[in-house]
Design a protein around this ligand. Structure first.
Ligand SMILES: NC(=O)c1ccc[n+]([C@@H]2O[C@H](COP(=O)([O-])OP(=O)(O)OC[C@H]3O[C@@H](n4cnc5c(N)ncnc54)[C@H](O)[C@@H]3O)[C@@H](O)[C@H]2O)c1
Length: 378
């Protein structure tokens, strides 16, 4: 295989929010080359976007079926090898299924599908077709989140006895109070978004952060979700109590009506010997607490970090690293897997994280609808 992996995109065109993060991330590790794709649901707009990137217009397609047929007819050395899915949620499953069956590696946005059954189907297909499937829970790519994961695994804070993850945003507040404005947001449309807005969009990041950093599994949830208005079908706020294996309890708080909040994702793990706390809006600081000691702040790029965290930094200490770098680390991990090279466990979230996330989303919706009862996650 040539050094650069040929990459395609589903979505990510002119109107896309997250597409630019993926493209910059893909180029950061100098592992990928964007070749073509289906950049927009409107073919003309997709071609216009491809022209703006000076891509070969022959590699821009009207839909996924044409993409797969034409790419698979090419000489393997020219063919696109990995496809990034950055469309709204309801398209992920059909696209990923067709791509995996067509022999393409997949890098997919979360939530991975709209049901857990679809996610399990993808898990089986990934195993059958032996392709790499990376799920972009972006925050797992931050060096200090990886440091937190390594320190917990190394027993630095002892046995975990409490976890607390929060993801607060406020962007739905300006649109939620008027029915007409609500209709302009695809995340509030169950046909496009799935069974949840807030928990599916950002609560699932908090859930993933807990399982990623602690290595524990959430076994039960008791949730209270809020739609604010009776004619709004999806949650825009929610709280979930969680019970994990090893008798660990905790809480997940998520909101899109936390007025004024931007991307306030936080993760805290409290153990028998100490605690670790991290905030997405200040991602270069990992706070380490120990009884009777002043709080310590760990930062990226320093030799005191673990090899996993150090290998996730590209620059010397003191130069801030952000969301593009975090996504870049996930792309780098996926590139190593695609090339058959060695990579750290946890270098990129997989379809297994996607299955866990979908089971969490279904469980919190079920729990809240059943008047806040405990629901087991299988
Ligand atoms: N990892 C993260 O932190 C993060 C952040 C934002 C969004 N996301 C996820 O990314 C996905 C996209 O979200 P967004 O906010 O960028 O959405 P968006 O509405 O801004 O962009 C969607 C893009 O998909 C394209 N599209 C729609 N239908 C298509 C089709 N049939 N074929 C090809 N392209 C099509 C649109 O033209 C547009 O370019 C969602 O699943 C969302 O949950 C993840």
């Amino acid at each position: 295989m040539s050094k650069r992996i040929k990459m395609g995109m589903m979505g990510g065109g002119h109107s896309s929010f997250i597409g630019i993060v993926h493209r910059i991330a893909a180029y950061m590790g100098e592992q990928y080359e964007l070749v073509g794709g289906v950049f927009d649901h409107d073919f003309e707009k997709g071609k216009d976007f491809a022209n703006s990137l000076e891509l070969d217009i022959a590699r821009v397609y009207a839909d996924i079926d044409q993409f797969i047929k034409a790419e698979n007819a090419l000489d393997p050395k020219d063919r696109i090898a990995v496809v990034v899915i950055v469309t709204p949620n309801f398209l992920h499953y059909e696209m990923a299924k067709k791509l995996i069956q067509g022999g393409f590696h997949v890098i997919c946005e979360k939530p991975v599908t709209t049901t857990s059954q679809e996610a399990v189907d993808l898990e089986n297909l990934v195993a059958k077709h032996q392709v790499v499937f990376a799920l972009t829970h972006t925050y797992t790519g931050y060096p200090m989140v990886r440091q937190m994961k390594s320190m917990i695994a190394n027993g630095v804070i002892g046995n975990i006895q409490k976890v607390d993850a929060q993801y607060y945003q406020g962007w739905i507040n300006p649109v939620i109070h008027e029915a007409d404005k609500r209709k302009s947001v695809w995340r509030l449309d169950p046909k496009v978004s799935g069974i949840s807005c807030c928990m599916g969009d950002i609560g699932v990041h908090a859930f993933n952060m807990i399982e990623y950093t602690t290595g524990l599994k959430v076994e039960k949830v008791l949730a209270d979700l809020d739609t604010l208005y009776a004619d709004n079908p999806l949650d825009i706020d929610g709280t979930a109590l969680i019970r994990m294996n090893e008798n660990v309890k905790g809480i997940i708080r998520a909101s899109q009506i936390a007025t004024g909040e931007e991307n306030n994702l936080t993760m805290a793990a409290y153990g028998t010997k100490g605690a670790l706390k991290w905030e997405q809006e200040n991602p270069n600081y990992l706070t380490w607490l120990e009884e009777g000691q002043p709080a310590r702040v760990l930062k990226p790029g320093n030799d005191y970090n673990t090899d996993f965290a150090q290998s996730s930094s590209k620059i010397a200490p003191g130069h801030p690293e952000g969301i593009f770098d975090a996504m870049g680390n996930i792309y780098l991990g996926a590139a190593k897997a695609i090339k058959g090279e060695k990579y750290h466990s946890g270098a990129f979230p997989t379809i297994l994280d996607g299955v866990r996330g979908m089971k969490f989303i279904e469980a919190v919706v079920k729990s809240s609808a059943a008047e806040n009862t405990w629901i087991t996650i299988s």
